[in-house]
Write a protein of this length. Structure first.
Length: 140
C-alpha cells in the first residue's frame, strides 16, 4: 500500500467560530482542498478532467471530530483511496496536527461522472488509472 497523499494547511483566524474553534464547515473545505491538490499533482486538474469529459462527484460525506483546531494550528490533511467494485469509491481522509493529534476523520463516498451522459462512469478505478500520470496517488 502506498503512503496517503498529504497537504499542509494552517488554520487561519477568519476560519474560526465564536468559540475560537475551526468552524465545522471548514474541515470539509480542507478535505476538498486536499483532494483537488492530489488530483492536480496526479495530472488531473480541473482543465484536464473537463477535457476528458468527466468530473469527480461527492455522493456522501461523514466527518468525525476528534480534537479542536484553533487559529495558527499547523495541520496535515491526507487522502487515501479505497476502491471497490462498481461505480463508487471511497476517499478516507485525516486532518492531523503536526504533533500527531487527530483532529478529524472524514470518509467520502465518490463517483466519477460522465459530464455528457450525466451518469456515473461504470469503472472509476479504471478511468483514473487510464487518465493519470501518477497511478500511485490513487493507490493503484
Amino acid at each position: 500500500m502506498t503512503e496517503p497523499y498529504a497537504v499542509k494547511v494552517t488554520v487561519r483566524g477568519y476560519e474560526t467560530d465564536i468559540l475560537g474553534h475551526l468552524n465545522q464547515s471548514v474541515y470539509l473545505q480542507y478535505a476538498e482542498h486536499a483532494r483537488w491538490s492530489m488530483l492536480q499533482e496526479a495530472g488531473l486538474g480541473p482543465g484536464e478532467l473537463l477535457a476528458k469529459g468527466v468530473g469527480p462527484v461527492v455522493l456522501e460525506q461523514t466527518i468525525r471530530y476528534r480534537r479542536e483546531l484553533r487559529a495558527g494550528d499547523e495541520t496535515e490533511v491526507t487522502c487515501s483511496f479505497a476502491w471497490s467494485e462498481g461505480k463508487t469509491y471511497r476517499i478516507e481522509q485525516t486532518i492531523r496536527k503536526t504533533d500527531g493529534t487527530v483532529a478529524a476523520e472524514i470518509s467520502v463516498l465518490c463517483g466519477l461522472m460522465d459530464l455528457k451522459e450525466r451518469r456515473l462512469v461504470a469503472d472509476p478505478r479504471g478511468a483514473f488509472e487510464a487518465m493519470t500520470t501518477d497511478a500511485k496517488a490513487f493507490g493503484l
